[in-house]
Write a protein that binds this ligand. Structure first.
Ligand SMILES: Cc1cc2nc3c(=O)[nH]c(=O)nc-3n(C[C@H](O)[C@H](O)[C@H](O)COP(=O)(O)OP(=O)(O)OC[C@H]3O[C@@H](n4cnc5c(N)ncnc54)[C@H](O)[C@@H]3O)c2cc1C
Length: 489
C-alpha cells in the first residue's frame, strides 16, 4: 500500500478511552476520532455508579490496590494495578481541569459512594449519570480543539499495521469505503456485551476491536473472561432493555431477596450484597434455578423513594416508568453480560505487539482487572491507560504538519446497511451456554458450526454487513476455544 499520511493519530472509538486519549495527546498533532455510531451510543455514556479513586479520608492507593487484587482473584498484573491505583488521583484532577464537576459534600469534600468489594466509600460520582456527565464535558473540550476531527458514521473494517511509520485504517460510511493513513492508531472500541442477549451494554458494542486486532495479527487474550453484572433490570412485562441498576444502590442499602422475599447473600459471603460481582451474580443464578424464577428482587424500600430520587434520579425515573413504587415494590433484577476483562494485549504504555498500534479502555488487556473487575475501576482504567497512550505517542511522534486538506482515499461505494446482523441470532445461545456457567458439550458442538459459517462468510463478496458478522463470529469462536482450553472463569 502506498505510504500516505492523512493524520498523525487515528483513534477508533469515541468512548471515554478514545476521547480522553485524544484530549491528552499534544495539541500539535492532527487527530481523527472514528466512531461506528453516534457519540452518545457508547458504554461510557451509560456509566452510572462512578469512578473509583482513593481520595477519601483514611483511604490509600495501597488499599485500592489490595481491593482490586482480591476482587480479580489474584489474576491481575500487579504492575498494572499499581499504576492504576497510584495514578488514580492524578486522573481525577485531570478530569476536573477539563471541567468535570463531581458531587461534593457541604464541606467541599467529595461525596463518595460505596460499591461491591470496596472496603470503604471510594466512588466519585455525578448523580447516577457519571458517564454522561463526564462525556458531555469532554465533548465540549473536543469541539473547542481545532486539531481534532470527529467522524461518527465510520465503521472500521480493517487495520493494516506496518513498521514503516504509516498505519492504514479502512472504514465504511453510509455511502462509501474510505482509507486513512496515520503515524499511530489507537484502538478504543470498548467491549463485547452485545454478543449476549441479556446485557447492560449499549448498541454497537459487539467486540469489533478484538476481531480487527486478530485480523491484523495483534495479540488478544482472555476474551471469555466476561463479567456479568448482578442487577440488570428484568422487565416482567415485556421487552428487556438491559437497563442497569447500579451497584451503588446496594452500596446505599439495597437488599437482594428471593421469590419468597428472603435475603440470600448472608449465607454466601461476609460482604453480603456487596460481595464481588462474580460471587453475587452466581448466587443470584443459583437462587433463580432453585426457585424456578427468571429474576430475583432488589428491595430498596429501606432507602425509600425520597432518597432514591435524590441520589439515583435516572434509576428512579426508570423504575417509575415501569410502574414500580420504590417505597413499596421490589425491583426485579437478574444478571447480564457487562464487561470484558480480556482484550487486545498491551504493555503499560498501551502499546500492542505492533509499535504503531495502541489499545486503551475496555478493549485493551493490561491484566489490570484479573478475572473479575472491581466496580468503577473501568472508567478509571480508560483514564489512566488512555493517558499513558497519549504520553507515549506524544513523546514518540512529531507532527507531520497536515494542513487539514485531507487526502483520504475513497476506495469504493458502500452499498450495504451496516446494522443488519445475522450473527446476533446467537445471542440467546450465548446467554444459555457461555454465560455465568459454561456448558462445554454445547460449546464443542457450536465451535464446528461456527467454523463452517465463518468459512462461508469469508468466501462471500465483500460487504460491510458480512464483515460485521465475520467479526462477531471470530470473537465468539475465540471465546469458546478458550473455554474448551480451560482458560475461562
Ligand atoms: C450500563 C453500564 C454502566 C456502567 N457503569 C460503570 C461505572 O459506573 N463505572 C465504571 O468504571 N464503569 C462502568 N461501566 C463500564 C464502563 O462504562 C466501560 O467499560 C467504559 O465506558 C468503556 O469505555 P471505552 O471508551 O473503552 O468504550 P465505549 O465507551 O464502549 O466506546 C466504544 C466506542 O467504540 C466504537 N466502536 C466499536 N466498534 C467500532 C468499529 N468497528 N468502528 C468504529 N468504532 C467502533 C463505538 O461506536 C464507541 O464509540 C458501565 C458499563 C455499562 C454498560
Amino acid at each position: 500500500m502506498e505510504k500516505q499520511l492523512d493524520y498523525d493519530v487515528v483513534i477508533i472509538g469515541a468512548g471515554l478511552a478514545g476521547v480522553y486519549t485524544a484530549l491528552m495527546l499534544k495539541p500539535s498533532l492532527r487527530i481523527a476520532i472514528l466512531s461506528a455510531g453516534p457519540i452518545s451510543k457508547t458504554n461510557s455514556y451509560l456509566a452510572q455508579g462512578g469512578i473509583a479513586a482513593p481520595v477519601g479520608v483514611g483511604d490509600s492507593p495501597e488499599w485500592h490496590f489490595e481491593d482490586t487484587m482480591v476482587c480479580g482473584h489474584g489474576y491481575n498484573s500487579s504492575r498494572a494495578v499499581h499504576k492504576l491505583t497510584n495514578e488514580a488521583t492524578e486522573a481525577i484532577l485531570n478530569l476536573e481541569a477539563l471541567g468535570v464537576v463531581f458531587d461534593k459534600n457541604a464541606d467541599g469534600s467529595y461525596f463518595l459512594g460505596r460499591e461491591g468489594a470496596h472496603r470503604l466509600e471510594r466512588i466519585l460520582r455525578i448523580g447516577d449519570y457519571t458517564g454522561r456527565g463526564v462525556m458531555e464535558t469532554l465533548w465540549q473540550r473536543v469541539l473547542e480543539r481545532s486539531n481534532l476531527s470527529i467522524m461518527d458514521d465510520a465503521y472500521v473494517t480493517a487495520i493494516h499495521p506496518s513498521y514503516d511509520g504509516c498505519q492504514f485504517v479502512e472504514f465504511a460510511t453510509k455511502d462509501k469505503m474510505v482509507r486513512l493513513g496515520a503515524q499511530k492508531v489507537v484502538i478504543a472500541t470498548g467491549g463485547l456485551g452485545r454478543l449476549y442477549a441479556r446485557t447492560s451494554n449499549n448498541e454497537g458494542i459487539y467486540g469489533d476491536g478484538y476481531a480487527l486486532a486478530m485480523k491484523a495479527g495483534l495479540g488478544v487474550a482472555h476474551l471469555s473472561w466476561v463479567q456479568f453484572h448482578p442487577t440488570v433490570f428484568y422487565n416482567t412485562q415485556g421487552m428487556q432493555e438491559g437497563f442497569l441498576i447500579s451497584e451503588a444502590v446496594r452500596g446505599a442499602g439495597g437488599l437482594l431477596k428471593d421469590s419468597k422475599g428472603q435475603r440470600f447473600m448472608k449465607d454466601v459471603h461476609p460482604m453480603m450484597e456487596l460481595a464481588p460481582r462474580d460471587i453475587v451474580s452466581k448466587a443470584i443464578l443459583d437462587v433463580m434455578k432453585k426457585c424456578g424464577s427468571e429474576h430475583v428482587w432488589l428491595d430498596v424500600t429501606g432507602i425509600g423513594s425520597k432518597q432514591m430520587h435524590d441520589h439515583f434520579p435516572t434509576i428512579s425515573a426508570y423504575c417509575d416508568s415501569k410502574g414500580i413504587n420504590l417505597d413499596v415494590d421490589y425491583i426485579p433484577v437478574s444478571p447480564g453480560a457487562h464487561y470484558a476483562m480480556g482484550g487486545i494485549v498491551t504493555d503499560l504504555n498501551g502499546m500492542t505487539s505492533m509499535p504503531g498500534i495502541y489499545a486503551a479502555g475496555e478493549c485493551a488487556y493490561t491484566g489490570v482487572h484479573g478475572k473479575n473487575r472491581l466496580a468503577s475501576n473501568s472508567l478509571l482504567e480508560a483514564l489512566v491507560f488512555g493517558g499513558a497512550v497519549a504520553r507515549h505517542i506524544s513523546e514518540a511522534v512529531e507532527a507531520i504538519g497536515c494542513d487539514g486538506n485531507l487526502s483520504q482515499t475513497e476506495m469504493a461505494p458502500n452499498e450495504g446497511a451496516i446494522d443488519d446482523l445475522k450473527a446476533l441470532n446467537l445471542a440467546n445461545w450465548m446467554d444459555l451456554h457461555m454465560g455465568i456457567v459454561k456448558d462445554e458439550a454445547a460449546i464443542r458442538g457450536m465451535v464446528s458450526v461456527l467454523e463452517n459459517s465463518l468459512a462461508s462468510i469469508q468466501n462471500e463478496a465483500f460487504s460491510v454487513t458480512r464483515r460485521r458478522e465475520e467479526n462477531a463470529l471470530l470473537v465468539r469462536l475465540k471465546m469458546m476455544k478458550e473455554v474448551l482450553a480451560h482458560d475461562s472463569i
